[in-house]
Write a protein that binds this ligand. Structure first.
Ligand code: AHR
Length: 504
């Protein structure tokens, strides 16, 4: 058995937890939209063809924002194709995913789906094959109340109210050679600054996200952020981070320690933001929008990435349909701990993605929708991780990892709001229980409200169409006495505990 001793003091706050931390992402990719959220023939489909069973799961997941429509897809997308009468919408090739886009779902339909899901819409503009003019057209169509050709077109298309989209991404992963129209940091920085300035001239209420590196391992990481921020500093509110993790050939405990990489990623980008602020002598705060993060067996995708023939453009093919294990879910829980720990820097984030494509929710055409293992840590953290994020003073046994050096076996973060304290913990040891004691005496806690752990004797267990409920969270035994909570975390597990506190 390993041990850990934690102290949680509500006076030691990191920052308020922005609800946008619990965002997600839907791209026109594979079966995310078609046969995912939208399947007109499905028994639960509503009048617009949206699956009610999927909407129920999205609401249960506690998603706050949804980024749309890409992703790599957006860099070749013509948004006008997706509005107006469906029978006259063009069918186009999607070069990013080598698929056929029918345009049956576009901005107006997606905005209505987002409202049904109770989420805020986050839109990306195409700065790959298009530029400032088309970004302005989209903004005018989406946000102007009326009185201009494009706003009146939206009204005529059945959306009388503006979509009032607040948060906009200035392209996607523009540093990546795979991205249509990818650019150097200089060229992208100039284009993003022009687009941002023009978009703000049209709607000064919007918030803008400039593209950071598409991963921490890009050769230009760091320099890219600096250059792009120097060009766009006065115009943008966020810089993006993207990160995907997988086990590869690493052993289990090393894999479970992966969120250390996210900590370092956020800290490096924060340092670059501070550097540019210092050089510019600016007090402005630029936040991080971690708008793509997840576990993704990307190596397998690259191995399968065979461009098909000139006459082979499948509609909604099964792409990136990763099936997640308990271990993957423990990593996702750990990544959420990392995001909360950096709540002072990360004020928006999107789990990539939401349905069928590297997703917590899976569907079968005409059949069931089910929760993957990764659904549980996200849903619990979104529901319980409210108020302010708190520093946790942590003394834990440590372990050696090849990629991250010496790391603590137990990792944790806490949040507090008017009614209670929430603890989120991970035991990254893969063989031993961890006995944990948490000193909450400064928090005025009174009783345990709920406690859950995600663990399985088989860390490779997963939920499938045939066994959709094989994995779920289990109750965790917690004893609270004189402000000290004590419990045992199973090996390779993620846990959440909610504790009532005396009213302030
Ligand atoms: O989420 C899948 C893909 O990963 C996105 O389209 C792209 O932005 C990233 O490389």
């Amino acid at each position: 058995m390993t041990t850990a001793a934690l102290t949680v003091d509500p006076a030691s706050a990191i920052a308020p937890v922005d609800r946008r931390l619990f965002g997600s992402f839907i791209e026109h990719l594979g079966r995310a939209v078609y046969d995912g959220i939208h399947e007109p023939g499905h028994p639960t489909a509503d009048a617009e063809g949206f699956r009610a069973d999927v909407l129920d799961l999205v609401r249960e997941l506690g998603v706050t924002t949804v980024r749309y429509p890409g992703g790599n897809f957006v860099s070749g997308y013509r948004w006008e194709d997706g509005v107006g009468p469906k029978e006259s919408r063009p069918r186009r090739v999607d070069l990013a995913w080598h698929s056929l886009e029918t345009n049956e779902v576009g901005l107006d339909e997606f905005a209505r789906w987002s409202a049904k899901a109770g989420t805020e819409l986050m839109l990306a503009v195409n700065l790959g094959t298009r530029g400032v003019a088309e970004a302005l057209d989209l903004l005018e169509y989406a946000n102007l109340p009326g009185g201009t050709t494009l706003a009146e077109q939206r009204i005529a298309n059945g959306s009388p109210e503006p979509h009032s989209v607040t948060i906009w991404c200035l392209g996607n992963e523009m540093d990546g050679s795979w991205q249509l129209g990818h650019r150097s940091a200089e060229d992208y920085g100039k284009l993003a600054a022009q687009a941002a300035r023009a978009m703000r001239q049209l709607d000064s209420r919007i918030q803008l996200v400039v593209c950071g590196s598409s991963s921490r391992s890009m050769p230009t990481f760091g320099e890219w952020e600096r250059t792009v921020l120097e060009h766009t500093w006065d115009e943008v509110d966020f810089i993006s981070c993207h990160a995907y993790y997988n086990q590869g050939d690493r052993d289990l405990s090393e894999y479970l320690a992966t969120p250390v990489d996210m900590d370092r990623f956020i800290e490096s980008v924060s340092a670059t933001i501070d550097h540019v602020a210092a050089v510019k002598g600016s007090d402005k705060r630029i936040g991080i929008s971690f708008d793509e993060w997840n576990v993704w067996d990307i190596d397998r995708y690259h191995a399968d990435d065979k461009r098909t023939a000139i006459d082979d453009w499948p509609i909604a093919p099964r792409l990136l349909e990763d099936s997640y294990t308990v271990a993957d879910a423990v990593v996702v829980g750990g990544l959420l701990i990392s995001l909360l720990r950096h709540a002072d820097r990360v004020t928006a984030a999107s789990l990539a993605q939401l349905v069928n494509v590297i997703a917590p929710i899976m569907t079968e055409p005409g059949g069931i929708a089910w929760r993957q293992t990764t659904f549980f840590p996200f849903a619990l953290t979104s529901r319980l991780g409210r108020g302010r994020a708190l520093h946790v003073a942590l003394r834990s046994d440590t372990m050696e990892t090849a990629s991250h050096g010496t790391v603590s076996v137990v990792d944790a973060v806490a949040t507090t709001d008017d009614d209670g304290v929430s603890l989120f913990l991970v035991n990254r040891g893969d063989t031993m229980d961890a006995r944990v004691s948490v000193d909450l005496s400064a928090a005025g806690v009174t009783s345990i409200l709920e406690a859950h752990t995600l663990w399985d004797a088989d860390p490779t267990a997963r939920n499938t169409v045939d066994q959709p409920d094989r994995v779920a969270v289990r109750p965790l035994d917690v004893v609270l006495s004189h402000g000290i909570a004590e419990f045992t975390l199973p090996p390779s597990s993620w846990s959440a505990i909610r504790i009532r506190k005396e009213p302030a």
